[in-house]
Design a protein around this ligand. Structure first.
Ligand code: HEM
Length: 488
């Protein structure tokens, strides 16, 4: 097997990502580019404008950022520093690197940096109603975020009424993982090899969803319209069949929260049907592709590194055995598996940037003057590959997260991995996302051994998309680890 890896463009910055952000009329400032535009802006005495590469008129730095923007911006940050400015078209964009600087901005000065820019492509998402992408970061947005967080909490803590699973989340993921195992085995029987990413999606019976998923690398008007129609239908169906005593999923738990007219802390916000649709749209969009991508990277890494796969399986055999399925409650006793998942997040950095932020007021960061309304990119990839933070960052090495005895996660190290963002806009599905990846992966690895067909070249170059994926790979093979009972 040969591994090939080149770096490719992804995300909001690359040329092909649908409509480009445009410069909103009356954008409040034009920036100081090593002196070239300094006449446009008054920077208070004692402060500086962020440095950055000189762009060409109209296009700014777009040409150099078309390919591998996360790598180009990482390289530029070595020259210009953690706070730098580039131009995408005529729009100045602040690019933040370095964990300390990013923590300073998103956590310590969190209120200043929690806005979302008014980007052209964002207006198509949920007709501009999306709490994630709309420029509003005021009281209504805060209330919606809280409401959504509570609904997610309900989903991951409500006991499952119909099965032995500890909660709805465990029930959903376990069912899904069992389906995937059966599908993988069937494909292996028929084809002797397969492309696993196609089968990692949720609810396989839903053809409409699958149609959407197949288009999901696009970020244009059409995909958002179609996705919107799909989500609207799901929400309507949930309203019709809603039963307060039988919460089935996140959509039900959102409806429940909104119907709580008295007492509850979210009770005073009037929530329209349209808003619920927008929230569900956000959750689907943000939660679906991310977890699937995390799983496909995990399975690629275990197939590429059989020794690492074996260590995870030894740990599973030792702590869980083969008589029962892994459960969420096992997570604390599987440190090597946990270290592997952290290393998968760090090494792949499949979300190289967070969703773009913007400043809610004029502020100062590391001595640089940042006007209100500045668009901000957070380079998560740079943090996860920073030589100042990591020994040999390009090596895939789960052990870097373990203590010397290999029995515990070193929290100082794990806290350095940046994949869910930080501060006021930090991913609200982080816990659910981590739990889902853990449970899905352990259920799969308990029963199956993954490998790649010998002699075939595997290209793990991240491909363009909102999340970075490797190229289609049809070389996956699996083997049952032991004869399985019909139900574990
Ligand atoms: C491995 C899985 C996941 C990863 C790596 C991930 C990562 C991220 C990142 C980087 C952001 C942007 C943070 C920022 O702008 O600073 C984000 C936002 C968000 N994520 Fe996730 N996410 C994951 C799973 C999920 C899941 C499962 C859900 C829902 C159930 C979810 C819901 C959201 C929402 C609603 C936002 C927008 C938050 C806001 O704007 O206030 N995510 N996520």
């Amino acid at each position: 097997m040969h591994i090939k890896q080149e770096r490719r463009a992804s995300g909001y910055l690359s040329g092909g990502s649908g409509p480009q952000p445009h410069c909103s009329p009356g954008f409040p400032y034009t920036s100081n580019y090593e002196g070239c535009d300094s006449l446009w802006q008054h920077v208070p005495q004692g402060l500086k404008s962020p440095p950055g590469p000189r762009g060409i008129p109209i296009l700014g730095n777009v040409l150099e950022l078309r390919k591998d923007p996360h790598l180009v911006l990482t390289r530029l940050s070595k020259k210009y520093g953690d706070v730098m400015e580039v131009r995408i078209g005529t729009r100045p964009v602040l690019v933040l690197s370095g964990l300390d600087t990013i923590r300073q901005a998103l956590v310590k000065q969190g209120e200043d940096f929690m806005g979302r820019p008014d980007l052209y492509s964002f207006q198509y998402i949920s007709n501009g109603q999306s709490p994630t992408f709309s420029p509003d970061s005021g009281e209504v947005w805060k209330a919606l975020r809280k409401l959504t967080q509570n609904a997610l909490k309900t989903f991951s803590s409500t006991p499952s009424p119909t099965s032995s699973s500890t909660c709805l989340l465990e029930e959903h993921v376990s069912k899904e993982a069992e389906y995937v195992i059966t599908k993988f085995l069937q494909l292996m029987e028929e084809e002797k090899r397969f492309d696993l990413t196609q089968y990692l999606h949720y609810d396989h019976n839903d053809q409409e969803l699958l149609k959407v998923v197949n288009f999901n690398n696009e970020f244009g008007e059409d995909i958002n319209r179609r996705f919107g129609i799909f989500v609207e239908k799901i929400v309507q169906e949930h309203y019709i069949s809603f039963d307060k005593g039988h919460i089935r999923d996140i959509t039900d738990s959102l409806i429940e929260r909104c119907q709580e007219k008295s007492g509850g802390e979210d009770a005073c916000i009037p929530i329209s049907n349209e808003k619920i649709i927008a929230i569900v749209h956000d959750l689907f969009g943000a939660g679906f592709d991310t977890v699937t991508t995390a799983l496909s990277w995990s399975l690629m890494y275990v197939a590429l590194y059989p020794d690492i796969q074996k260590k995870i399986q030894d740990e599973l055999d030792q702590h869980i055995g083969r008589e029962r399925r892994p459960r969420l409650s096992d997570r604390g006793s599987l440190p090597y598996t946990e270290a592997f998942i952290l290393e998968m997040f760090r090494h792949s950095s499949f979300l190289p940037f967070t969703i773009p932020h913007s400043t809610t007021k004029t502020t100062v960061l590391n001595g640089y003057y940042i006007p209100k309304g500045t668009c901000v990119f957070i380079n998560q990839w740079q943090v996860n590959h920073d030589e100042k933070l990591w020994k040999d960052p390009s090596a895939f090495n789960p052990e870097r997260f373990l203590n010397a005895a290999g029995t515990e996660i070193n929290r100082t190290e794990s806290d350095k991995v940046l994949i869910f963002g930080l501060g006021k806009r930090r991913c609200i599905g982080e816990s659910i996302g981590r739990w889902e990846v853990f449970l899905f992966l352990t259920i799969l690895l308990q029963q199956l051994e993954f490998s790649l067909r010998p002699g075939e070249e595997v290209d793990i170059t991240p491909q363009y998309g909102l999340t970075m994926k490797y190229k289609k790979c049809e070389s996956f093979q699996i083997k049952k680890r032991f004869p399985m009972k019909s139900s574990l």
